[in-house]
Design a protein around this ligand. Structure first.
Ligand code: NAP
Length: 279
């Protein structure tokens, strides 16, 4: 299952993994865009129609994430790889219908919830893998525990960095909790990749991204580490690590803070409405 499969790194990862013979659930938010992406993935990968399934979810809505997980669980299938990839950067502070800051929800909290709802399935399918897409923006970021929803002093880079650092802390805490289960948890910085990221939603960032895109990696190149982590036997037993260019890289200093990871986990259980019986 790959979130954010309608575009960029998610679509390129779907294509390459389908070419390798994986059955994929492409999670998209827009029906027309999702159907077009699925057709393109089938055409480019040569995979059969039956191996590429679409699922629709708006990851800014925790209800939508719950429906996505429930539909998958109802189908009775096993999940071997979950790629938490969907993401955005927002020039202004937008609030979800559940009253939370949108970057935090789409980039991190929706994936925290989705992963926890699917964890029992991932464990029963072990060996299985969770892959979180982070960014080197996490290196200079902080978790604002006293103002997680950035109600005071919102900034685009601040919100994005916090959400990506949250992905790193989540990766580490999940890896710890999953020891001995056969489920691994790693995160990826894909590099600077020419996708739709930043183009539509971030004001001045849109111009910068457009100007820089000829010098950026292609989505195929940007997907290489995701595909590696999803499929390579080399990383079958590696967990709790930060990858870029198919190699382990140092975890950002704040990403290694165990007490922050546990504090964020507890806050996320409350914010996502997960109870002990769900998780
Ligand atoms: N590109 C880079 O240089 C770069 C660098 C570091 C990290 N990353 C990370 O890589 C990941 C993939 O980004 P990308 O570069 O491939 O950008 P992209 O082309 O913009 O793809 C982002 C994907 O996320 C989906 N998405 C956004 N908001 C959503 C929502 N509310 N519900 C469901 N899906 C939603 C988008 O759907 P729509 O198609 O409907 O918009 C799209 O499929 C992101 O997490 C990003 O932060 C990218």
């Amino acid at each position: 299952m790959i979130t954010g499969s309608s575009s960029g790194i998610g679509k390129a990862s779907s294509t390459e993994l389908a070419r390798m013979g994986a059955k994929i659930v492409m999670v998209c938010r827009d029906r027309a865009k999702g159907e077009a992406a699925r057709r393109e993935v089938i055409e480019k990968s040569g995979a059969s129609e039956a191996d590429l399934e679409l699922a629709f979810a708006d990851l800014s809505s925790l209800d939508s994430v719950r429906s996505l997980a429930a539909d998958f669980l109802k189908s009775g299938r096993k999940l071997h790889v979950l790629v938490n990839n969907a993401g955005l950067i927002l020039g202004e502070r937008l609030v979800t219908k559940e009253g939370l800051e949108t970057t935090f929800v789409v980039n991190y909290l929706s994936h925290f919830l989705l992963t926890n709802l699917l964890l029992g399935n991932l464990k029963s399918a072990a060996p299985s893998r969770v892959i979180n897409i982070t960014s080197d923006a996490s290196r200079s970021a902080h978790i604002y525990f006293d103002d997680l929803q950035l109600e005071h002093g919102y900034g685009m880079a601040k919100a994005y960095g916090q959400s990506k650092l949250a992905q790193v802390l989540f990766t580490n805490e999940l890896a710890k909790q999953l020891q001995g289960t056969g489920v691994t948890s790693n995160c990826v910085h894909p590099g600077a990749v020419a996708t739709n990221w930043g183009r539509h939603s971030a004001g001045a960032m849109s111009l910068i991204v457009r100007l820089a895109s000829p010098f950026m990696k292609s989505p195929q190149k940007g997907a290489e580490t995701v595909v590696y982590l999803a499929s390579s036997p080399e990383v079958a037993d590696i967990s709790g690590k930060y990858f870029a260019n198919k190699k382990e890289k140092a975890i950002p200093p704040e990403g290694n803070d165990e007490s922050s990871a546990q504090r964020l986990w507890k806050a996320s259980l409350v914010l996502s409405g997960l109870t002990g019986s769900d998780s």
